[in-house]
Write a protein that binds this ligand. Sequence first.
Ligand SMILES: [Zn+2]
Length: 123
Amino acid sequence: MQELIQRAKEIIEKRYKKGYHSVGSAVRTKSGKIYTGISINSQKVDICSEWSAISTVLSEGDSEIEMIVAVKRHEDGSFEIYPPCGLCRELYVTYCPSAKIIISETEVIEANKLLPEAWKKRV
Ligand SMILES: [Zn+2]
């Protein structure tokens, strides 16, 4: 858990750019690999760092996501673990419903529990 938080901090510290990139994510898969991503913001669209990290996981041919964290870098250089927004919760339910999501320095919750009663494809 601490290693994942550290990796998320490192990627957003390295790529932080005010108004463009302020959140970093780290994702660990069953393979043991850690993938990172950053938020991408334009005038009208904000893409959460979790989407870019999970996109990298899938692009690399990996898939079994075990744990995820998102860390916000504030302008003053401090960091804060960010619980996932609604769109990210939907992303988790779609791609990694049993993944453990770090939502604070001391709390981890299964993705399914972050979006109870999620829609399901009907046959
Ligand atoms: Zn989000």
